[in-house]
Write a protein that binds this ligand. Structure first.
Ligand SMILES: Cc1cc2nc3c(=O)[nH]c(=O)nc-3n(C[C@H](O)[C@H](O)[C@H](O)COP(=O)(O)OP(=O)(O)OC[C@H]3O[C@@H](n4cnc5c(N)ncnc54)[C@H](O)[C@@H]3O)c2cc1C
Length: 456
């Protein structure tokens, strides 16, 4: 079973890295000083570096590992415009004008990304293919319908609500109990986007350094001393763009972020015609489980990429891959013959208020807290952070204007994250015990038949 599941060339690293791997850039010595030191070479850090370098600042981007080795090149690459903030209760209790500002800013993130990609000619397989949201149990369909109407009313997107019969136009599975489509959402190749941002930042004049972990920052006159494992840099401005990988270099930030692992697998190339059955319109697909499932075709339409958070416990990659595959075969049992070529994970950062934050603390800027949804958002936040630091805007985005609460004690400890994940698992179990047990036992789902096949 195990051997049959894995391709002989199986690799425990992102499928995306085949086309755009992370990069080593450790030959050049660090500069003695820079106008801006950016810590982290993901979407947020590179977007900030690009903006600041374009404005004429000297910029050094430092990453503790290879460039682009964090969540940004590991992502599912699905892009929406603020749906997470609209649909979670994160904004409840805030004054109406703050809620409106939050909504405006999160809607702006996708437009910002599209404009940036067009302006800088970032080659990253942008596809405005729409997204299908599927109901895990019949009762969830009512919630999804309400969510769809909320998204339409508050963000202006085009929605289509689908019954279980109608959903077959979108996904070749009976796993869901209906759902809805948002036409405007889409996807990118996240590692290509990261690479294109690295290239653009360099062309604009920024210098990028891999394997230059920052150990801490201290005030130094009207600037800062940035201590790294490769020496010190004096910087006028500093930006922490470290999100789910934030470490002891900034304990204040670490006390505000919960790193949570998300995982994905990739199948090998599918037999001709199979994708037409699985995701005929090549949409992005997510579901209503607490342990969210997200799946999509690869940008070239040849493979299925399938992601979720099956359990918080760190398992070795092949066991994790099998857990994800079990869920994938509940969706699409016909993939049982297709071997897995890649499996990987990466950290996202959750915040206590479920809102991202871009602000200054003790003179040092941060842009963090994607809460699982950061392709457009973190790119936008990095840009905004650079604008704020360089005094290029008078407008402070909503995210820059709210207090950043510390987490309750112990919440970012690994055992707590595991307990929270187990609670999510239990809620899915309570909603649909037969499904969760079948997945755990590795029983494939029932093959979906189109109405034509059923007639034949
Ligand atoms: C498996 C997975 C699937 C996802 N799917 C989606 C999706 O479909 N859609 C979506 O919108 N979002 C998705 N996300 C979330 C999205 O990828 C992230 O929100 C986004 O990439 C975060 O970008 P970032 O620049 O803030 O951080 P990252 O890309 O994580 O970069 C942070 C960097 O900081 C560096 N760093 C940390 N500490 C230090 C230090 N002390 N010194 C130097 N460097 C340091 C790290 O090495 C890392 O490279 C997914 C994430 C994962 C992991």
């Amino acid at each position: 079973m195990t051997d049959a599941a894995f391709h002989p060339d199986f690799r425990a690293e992102p499928y995306w890295w085949d086309a755009a791997p992370p990069e080593t850039a450790r030959d050049e010595p660090l500069p003695a000083r820079a106008d801006l030191v950016v810590i982290g070479s993901g979407f947020a850090g590179l977007s900030a570096a690009l903006e600041a370098a374009r404005a004429g600042a000297t910029v050094a981007v430092l990453d503790g590992g290879p460039l682009g080795g964090g969540a940004s090149s590991r992502s599912g690459g699905m892009v929406s415009s603020g749906q997470k903030l609209v649909l979670t209760a994160a904004l409840k209790g805030l004054p109406a004008e703050k809620q409106a500002a939050a909504l405006e800013d999160s809607k702006a993130t996708f437009e910002f990304l599209k404009d940036l990609m067009a302006r800088e000619k970032l080659d990253a397989d942008l596809q405005l293919c729409g997204r299908f949201f599927g109901a895990f149990v019949p009762a969830h369909l009512e919630t999804l319908k309400r969510n769809a109407e909320t998204l339409k009313a508050r963000t202006g997107v085009t929605i289509r609500i689908l019954s279980r019969e109608e959903q077959r136009e979108e996904v070749g599975t009976d796993y869901f109990h209906g759902g809805f489509v948002v036409e405007e959402y889409g996807g990118v190749h996240p590692a290509k986007l990261n690479r294109a941002l690295r290239d653009a930042a360099r062309i604009a004049g920024a210098t990028l350094f891999s394997h230059a972990r920052v150990l801490g920052t201290e005030r130094d006159g009207d600037g800062h001393k940035v201590r790294t494992e490769r020496g010190e840099i004096r910087a006028r401005h500093v930006l922490y763009a470290t999100n789910g990988y934030t470490d002891q270099a900034n304990p204040w930030l670490q006390d505000r972020l919960v790193p949570v692992m998300s995982y994905q697998i990739a199948t090998g190339p599918l037999p001709p015609g199979l994708m037409d059955r699985l995701i005929p319109r090549r949409r992005m697909v997510t579901d209503s489980r607490k342990e969210l499932t997200y799946t999509r075709p690869s940008p070239d339409g040849t493979r299925i990429l399938f992601g979720c958070r099956p359990r918080a416990r760190q398992l070795e990659p092949q066991r994790l891959a099998l857990a994800l595959r079990a869920r994938m075969l509940r969706f699409w049992p016909e993939l049982g013959q297709t071997r897995l070529t890649h499996a990987w994970g990466g950290y996202v950062a959750m915040t206590a208020d479920r809102i991202p934050h871009v602000a200054e603390k003790d003179g040092v800027m941060h842009a963090v807290g994607c809460n699982g949804n950061g392709v457009a958002l973190m790119t936008f936040l990095g840009w905004h952070a650079a604008q704020l630091m360089l005094g290029r805007t008078n407008r402070r985005a909503f995210f820059a204007d709210i207090p950043f609460p510390a987490l309750p004690p112990l919440v970012n400890r690994p055992w707590f994250v595991q307990a929270a994940s187990a609670a999510y698992h239990l809620r899915d179990f309570a909603a649909n015990p037969a499904e969760v047990v079948a997945e755990r036992l590795g029983r494939p789902g029932r093959m979906h038949t189109t109405s034509k096949e059923a007639e034949g």
